[in-house]
Design a protein around this ligand. Structure first.
Ligand SMILES: [Zn+2]
Length: 178
């Protein structure tokens, strides 16, 4: 079995002080950074991350305040994220809203074929935000046929009750929430 760690949108704009902050964003990014370098993370064949990466995302900036503008500091990873341990970074949302990491591209490939090419069958998902992009990534991962676990202690929600509801929805969809 080959498995990947997928870190969703652990970017400055989703952390306190950012354009679209979650209360626990920085705390969670710090926990993710430690986890990446921990013994438990040696089980992964690859660690990858997604980034919300907006150039001209149309009405997405009517729905939300402008955030994660391509090339901006807000689009950078939180400083705790271990970029040196990432095999690839999948960018999503250039010209349209994109919540799922599976809409992201790296090396000219979408996430699902990139994982399949490496024989990855199991994915662990963490990041920001539980009730938006983590949720969409997990649901798409299940739909794409991956065995998906959600590392719930390493996820930050925009809204706590919506975050809990999203975890329940992911569980019902077939993901394990641990
Ligand atoms: Zn966005």
């Amino acid at each position: 079995m080959a498995q990947a760690l997928i870190i969703v949108d652990a970017q400055n704009d989703f952390c306190p002080g950012g354009a679209l902050a979650t209360a626990r964003g920085a705390e969670i990014a710090t926990l993710i950074g430690s986890y990446q370098a921990s013994e438990s993370a040696e089980a992964y064949d690859v660690q990858i991350a997604t980034k919300d990466w907006h150039v001209d995302p149309g009405d997405h900036f009517d729905t939300w305040p402008p955030h994660c503008v391509a090339g901006s500091t807000g689009a950078d990873f939180h400083e705790a994220i271990r970029e040196d341990l990432l095999a690839a970074v999948f960018l999503k949302g250039r010209t349209t809203a994109a919540y799922s990491g599976f809409e992201g591209e790296a090396e000219g490939m979408l996430l699902a074929p990139w994982l399949r090419k490496r024989g990855i069958t199991h994915i662990d998902v963490c990041g920001i935000a539980t009730d938006h992009c983590v949720r969409a990534t997990v649901l798409d991962g299940v739909k794409a046929g991956f065995d998906v676990r959600v590392l719930s202690e390493l996820c930050a929600a925009v809204d706590n009750s919506a975050g809990d509801a999203a975890l329940e929805e992911m569980r019902r969809a077939g993901a394990s929430v641990i």
